[in-house]
Ligand binder design. Sequence first.
Ligand SMILES: Cc1cc2nc3c(=O)[nH]c(=O)nc-3n(C[C@H](O)[C@H](O)[C@H](O)COP(=O)(O)OP(=O)(O)OC[C@H]3O[C@@H](n4cnc5c(N)ncnc54)[C@H](O)[C@@H]3O)c2cc1C
Length: 311
Amino acid sequence: LGLPLALEADTGKLFPASNRARDVRDALVGHARALGAQFQFNVSLTGLEPAADGWTAHTTRGPIQASRVVLATGGLSVPATGSDGGGLRIAESLGHRVHAVYPALTPLLSDPPGHASLSGVSLHVRLRARAGTRVVETSGGFLFTHRGYSGPSVLDISHVFVRNRDASIRVQWSRLNALEWQAVLARAGGLVMSTMSAHLPQRLVAQLMAEVGVPAERRAADLRRVERIGLIAGLTSYPLPATGDEGFKKAEVTGGGVALEDVDAKTLASRKHPGLFVCGEILDAFGPIGGHNFAWAWATGRLAGTAAAAH
Ligand SMILES: Cc1cc2nc3c(=O)[nH]c(=O)nc-3n(C[C@H](O)[C@H](O)[C@H](O)COP(=O)(O)OP(=O)(O)OC[C@H]3O[C@@H](n4cnc5c(N)ncnc54)[C@H](O)[C@@H]3O)c2cc1C
């Protein structure tokens, strides 16, 4: 596409040198137009009907005849972008199995918002979500919000909680595990507060100490056994009191969707109708934060487009 890229050294990710998403979009649209693609904006697909020589695509601006169709209408995430799930209903009406959809990669809520006073505090954590025998672990950025919790690590495990409200979420607030904290506290000379604040934001330290009932002026050498045990548990296996989630309104991706079994993995052709291809987020697949969902959308889009052209 000729778009200058810049490498982000610490993540190894490539971004447009201009740092503007719009430039990527414009380059793609320009390339597609140069190859003869025509765009129609502010038109909704309302139905797809098999026709004698292909398909009739019913739209809010009348029918369009097509020899092949690629259905790439996304999921339900952030409805303001036009993703209202209409494509899923169309796929279902054509006989495809559509697995129940749910918001994935969405912030979590806490009601009452017990950590609202920490809103704006961010740190690197390790999270473990457990629902029955299913355990998902991740580490990364964590952000306290006015209403709950966000940041890449929270988004990554959110789907476990979204699908099972009984899921437990445990937080290790720093890179130190229980044994390492034990050693740090054992050799610390000064206040517990200062020792912990060397590894964690001070506002979080104050909150954790208050929750465990350790006085702010406690010196590490005077830490009682029960306080030490409580602190180390709070530091390394803190039960996150999530009670809800932000739903599709803020979800970066949609879980569920058109069953992968209903498309040919090599071409993404529908197994229900010839001349129909399905790609992107409408399919029942999603990945963690970090570009995997773009990669899925782009790779499957390319595959479906190439296969449709060859059909
Ligand atoms: C806020 C946000 C941030 C994200 N950040 C990242 C990130 O950093 N990295 C990453 O990998 N992924 C990210 N994602 C996820 C990624 O954007 C999506 O997974 C990806 O765009 C899905 O591509 P898609 O083409 O399948 O669907 P979409 O991008 O959703 O495109 C579907 C298009 O179809 C249109 N449409 C829907 N229904 C109809 C209809 N009936 N008629 C006509 N048009 C219709 C929609 O308007 C939309 O333009 C983010 C998502 C959001 C919402």
